[in-house]
Every structure is written in structure tokens, then in C-alpha cells.
Ligand binder design. Structure first.
Ligand SMILES: [Zn+2]
Length: 581
């Protein structure tokens, strides 16, 4: 290991001095358009790789001087080369298991949901639980939850849970089996309630921020750790197919960390994995702080492995924008879509300031990146305020403090993030899929700082792109879609599915920025920009060859970009489509 590293460093150094005798490279890609994503966004013709690292980028004739007897040489025929793409927010270990038991059809309307519930009722024994998860109401044609009566009619003899995040719609049997009746109250110190019909006082079946009270006994086949590794290998092959070479697992459980650790030990990873370890914010504060500190003692945090490493901790600060529970600065407003009847309702904040500040401090003290699921502008402000409070005694910047999602911001929040060195991982696919519902509910003006990417770039804050992939394998059929070219196209066009026009085009990224968003910016967020995120000598050779020139193609072509070759550490892990040599 050490010797090859020294050799690589020597090669890297050789690349700088024009007189250095070029050593034989393992691989040369030439006659292309190599977008380095270095500081100046410089573009070259060719690239040489040796010992898994980038040895040189430059003009064809310079780089080809490194050709030796064992060098593989690929003529790119003008194709675009980018650094391997990085997704800074996904849940691959969970997502790959969604269909482990049975295939789950796409659901685009209430009838689809009810048809699926009926089919499960036929497949399962009476009394067994039917689970529908993360089918967001904002993405259903009717834009509402299925009612208790509808779920009862579809499956009268099975308990049914339709869950999105902390919220759920239940049928009558599910309510009964969970012991949820008209007297039900949340008793664990959290927020949440079972909604009642204002006219009759009967439960509607909708649980706000208390789906944790549902006593689901899953009848689904449970995967062994070998099954989990197998599914992850399949998913990572698909990540590679769409150009992803690194991903951040943004809520890893100890079991999941173990699956990754075993895959790493067996050399099975084809995607580099960063881990944000899950921290439960409920319960005694001392226990929560001890859990945070424990993460910093993990060898995966202390040893900087290039394939698998812990970057920090993740928790949940508010609800979601797809479920009507994100914590907003202004009331959500009465809504049929989200089932909101209280005109003062602002959503739910899970962690009060007196707990959040010590949690952030515990992470910063140990050098851990802190991040929290933070969607509403009220929650974003609460987390920024917590970072500012800790920063007054202990600089937070070098731990790359993060806000995950950060969908709703304000002009002040953008500036404050830049000032404190707070970074954001943002999911453009949410704009793509949900703009039509959000605009219908909030109106255009209130979405002025929805995913304000251009403002963040202009302020000098670091924003990186991610998918929040949580279900299924398949870059466009997954929830959420993890195709990074769809993400780039959305960040560039601000256009959404079923949404006419552009959502605040003044927040659109340029093409260069969109490329930075999925490469070097994510490397910065994950603390590996010294090794990844750009094509500069000495860095790890993660790169992709595309069929489309993202810098010049028509806008309508961006999202359909295909990856022809994916290299991780100089190794070709995926080759598809049109031949390049
Ligand atoms: Zn997530």
C-alpha cells in the first residue's frame, strides 16, 4: 500500500515538472474534453492514470508521452470527461431492500394506492399488516392522503399503514391494533396527534408526527446480511451506471455500518461511501450526547479510509414538505392537500434550542460533521442559530457543519450560512417532482428562496447535490430519483414535472456551477476534497465519460445524458452504450 502511494506521489510530482521523465501510465484517455473542475474550471484533452490516481492532465501529445508497453490507451473521440459524481445525501442500504420481498408498482393516484393495498390483501393472510411507505401525497394526482374509509374498503381484514416520514394514514383495524382511539395522546415528550373530524370528533385515521405509535408487525421476508450485501452491490452497479462514484449514507444505523464494513473488507465496494451516523435526539440529553461522542471513537472515523469512512452524525430537526410537517417561520395555512385545519399551524420542530445547541457542540468538539434533516425555513433558522451559538465559543467551520435538505431558506439564512461556513446538501429532484404542489399550496412568491442555489453560490456558501434516494433500484423509478443528470438539469432549468414555466429562474445554476454542485462541492461537504471532486494530479482516479457535452448541449438534452464509462480508482467499473474506442 505504502509503496504504491509513494509511487503515485512521485508520478503526481512528475506531472508538474515539464522535464520529468514520464513514467508508464496504466491508462491514458486522450482526444477528449476533460473537464477538471479545478479552481479555474480548466479543460484539457487528455488524462493519464497510474496506481489508481491521476498522474497528469494536459494536451494529447504531453500526456501520450506517458504511454508505456503496458498502458491502455482510449481514444475518447471528443467525448466529455468529468470527475466521478458524488451524491451527498442518500439511503442506499435501506433503499436497495424496498423490493426484497416483492416488487412495488409505481403509484401516481389514490386508485393506484388502493389497487396495491388490495393486491397485498390477496397475497397476505388475514390480519397481516399491509405497508405503503414514502408514496408522497404531493406526488399523487389527488394530492391527499387515502381516507380511512378507502383503506377499510380496500382491505377490511388487514391492518393498513400508509406512511410518509413521521406521518401516517391508517385504516380502522390498524388504529385498533395500535391502541389508538379518541383519547390517544402522545406521551413520550414529542409532538404529534391523531387527527379528528371536527364535525363528529371521530378519528380520521391520519396521524401527524406520531407514526412511531403504530404497532406494525411486518410480514415481509427479512434479508440476511448476505442478502443485504448482494442488493447493495446491485444498487452500486446502478449508481456507477449513472456516473456516481461516491455517496453519503445520510443516516446509517449500526447494522448498516457493519454491512458496509464487511463489503469493504471483501473488496466489494464500487462506490466510495461516507457515513453520517444516526443519532436519536429523544430521551435524556446526556445519553444523546454520549451517543454523539461514541461515534468519534469509531475506527472508521479516525482512520481515513478512501472507500469507507464516517464523516459525522445526523439527526432529524423537523417534519417534511411532502407531508405538511416542515417547520416554517410563517403558518402553513389551511390546506386541503396537506389536511391542515389550524390557521396557526407552523409544522413541527423536534429538537428545542436547549437540546440542539449542546448536541451541535458535542459534535464540533469531537471534529464530527453535524447535520440534521431540516426542511422548513423555521427549522433552517433554528439550526443556523444553534451553529452561531456554538461558533461564539468554538469555531464550527472546520467541522463542515451541514444542513440536510435546506429547502426553504431566506436571504438572511443564505448569508448567515456563508458567514459561518455552514454547508447544505440539497435535492433538486424535489423541485422537479414537487414544484407543482408546492406552488399550488404556498403560491409563487413564498417559494422565492426555495432551494436558492444561485444565491448560495453567490454568497460563497457550499451547496452540494444529492438525491435523498430512499426506495428502489433504478435511477428514475426510485424514490427519490437518483439520476444526477436529472438533478443537474433541474438545478439549471428550475423546471418541474407537471409545472408550467420555471420556478424562480433567478436561482438557476450555470452549467459549470451545476457540475461543481455534484463534484467538488460535495467533496468539500464530505471532507474529501483533497482526494476527490476534481481531476487534478495526485487525486484518486474517479472519473466518467459521457455521451453528451453538458457544457454545450441543448437544455432539453441534459437530463438524458448517458454515461459511457465509469472509473473508480482507475478501475473501469462500468461500461455501457456507444463504444468510445
Ligand atoms: Zn434523507
Amino acid at each position: 500500500m505504502k509503496r504504491s502511494l509513494l509511487m503515485c506521489l512521485a508520478l503526481a510530482a512528475g506531472a508538474i515538472g515539464p522535464q520529468a521523465a514520464p513514467a508508464g501510465a496504466d491508462l491514458i484517455l486522450h482526444n477528449g474534453k476533460v473537464v477538471t473542475v479545478d479552481k479555474r474550471f480548466s479543460i484539457h484533452q487528455a488524462i493519464a492514470i497510474a496506481g489508481g490516481r491521476l498522474a497528469q492532465v494536459g494536451r494529447n501529445e504531453e500526456v501520450l508521452r506517458r504511454r508505456g508497453p503496458g498502458t491502455e490507451v482510449v481514444d475518447l473521440q471528443g467525448r466529455l470527461v468529468l470527475p466521478g459524481l458524488i451524491d451527498s445525501h442518500a439511503h442506499p442500504a435501506d433503499a436497495c431492500l424496498t423490493e426484497f420481498d416483492h416488487p412495488v408498482p409505481p403509484m401516481e393516484c389514490i386508485a393506484d394506492v388502493l389497487a396495491y393495498v388490495k393486491s397485498r390483501a390477496q397475497a397476505l393472510k388475514e390480519g397481516e399488516w399491509i405497508e405503503v411507505r414514502q408514496v408522497f401525497i404531493t406526488r399523487l394526482r389527488e394530492q391527499r392522503y387515502p381516507t380511512r374509509a378507502e383503506l377499510d374498503a380496500a382491505a377490511p381484514k388487514h391492518p393498513v399503514i400508509y406512511q410518509t416520514g413521521p406521518d401516517a394514514a391508517l385504516n380502522t383495524l390498524a388504529l385498533q391494533l395500535s391502541g389508538i382511539d379518541r383519547e390517544f395522546k402522545v406521551a413520550d415528550g414529542g409532538t404529534g396527534f391523531a387527527e379528528k373530524d371536527p364535525a363528529t370528533g371521530e378519528l380520521t385515521g391520519l396521524l401527524r408526527n406520531c407514526a412511531r405509535y403504530v404497532k406494525v408487525k411486518s410480514p415481509l421476508r427479512q434479508p440476511s446480511s448476505a442478502d443485504r450485501a448482494q442488493r447493495l452491490r446491485e444498487l452500486f452497479a446502478d449508481y456507477n451506471a449513472v456516473g456516481l462514484t461516491s455517496v453519503c449514507e445520510r443516516d446509517a444505523s449500526p447494522d448498516e455500518v457493519e454491512v458496509y464494513r464487511q463489503m469493504r473488507a471483501r473488496g466489494e465496494l464500487t462506490v466510495r461511501v461516507s457515513l453520517s451516523c444516526h443519532v436519536d435526539s429523544a430521551g435524556p440529553l446526556e445519553r444523546v450526547l454520549a451517543d454523539i461522542r461514541k461515534v468519534s471513537a469509531e475506527p472508521l472515523f479516525k482512520d481515513r479510509d478512501d472507500w469507507l469512512r464516517i464523516v459525522g452524525v445526523k439527526t432529524y430537526l423537523d417534519g417534511g414538505m411532502l407531508t405538511g410537517s416542515a417547520y416554517m417561520r410563517q403558518p402553513w395555512g389551511v390546506s386541503r392537500i396537506y389536511g391542515i385545519s389550524d390557521p396557526n399551524y407552523r409544522g413541527v420542530l423536534f429538537i428545542p434550542k436547549e437540546r440542539l445547541v449542546p448536541m451541535v457542540r458535542a459534535a464540533v468538539e469531537r471534529g464530527l460533521q453535524f447535520t440534521a434533516h431540516t426542511v422548513g425555513d423555521g427549522a433552517v433558522q433554528a439550526l443556523l442559530d444553534a451553529y452561531a451559538a456554538v461558533d461564539a465559543e468554538l469555531p464550527v467551520r472546520k467541522t463542515r457543519p451541514c444542513i440536510s435538505h435546506s429547502n426553504f431558506m431566506s436571504a438572511e439564512a443564505v448569508q448567515q450560512a456563508a458567514r459561518l461556513g455552514v454547508m447544505v446538501d440539497v435535492q433538486p429532484a424535489w423541485l422537479y417532482l414537487d414544484a407543482h404542489t408546492l406552488a399550488k399550496h404556498f403560491g409563487y412568491e413564498r417559494l422565492r428562496y426555495f432551494q436558492p442555489l444561485r444565491s448560495l453560490f453567490a454568497a460563497g456558501a457550499i451547496a452540494g447535490g444529492g438525491s435523498d434516494h430512499m426506495q428502489k433500484i433504478g435511477s428514475l423509478r426510485s424514490i427519490n430519483p437518483y439520476n444526477p443528470f436529472l438533478g443537474m438539469a433541474t438545478a439549471i432549468t428550475r423546471k418541474g414535472k407537471d409545472y408550467a414555466g420555471q420556478l424562480h429562474p433567478e436561482e438557476a445554476l450555470t452549467r459549470q456551477q451545476a457540475i461543481r454542485f455534484y463534484t467538488i462541492n460535495n467533496a468539500r461537504i464530505l471532507g474529501c476534497d483533497d482526494k476527490l471532486g476534481s481531476l487534478e494530479p495526485g487525486k484518486l482516479a474517479d472519473l466518467i465519460v459521457l455521451d453528451t457535452d453538458l457544457l454545450t448541449c441543448p437544455e432539453a438534452r441534459l437530463a438524458a445524458t448517458q454515461v459511457l464509462r465509469t472509473y473508480v480508482g482507475g478501475r473501469l467499473v462500468r461500461r455501457t452504450g456507444v463504444a468510445t474506442d
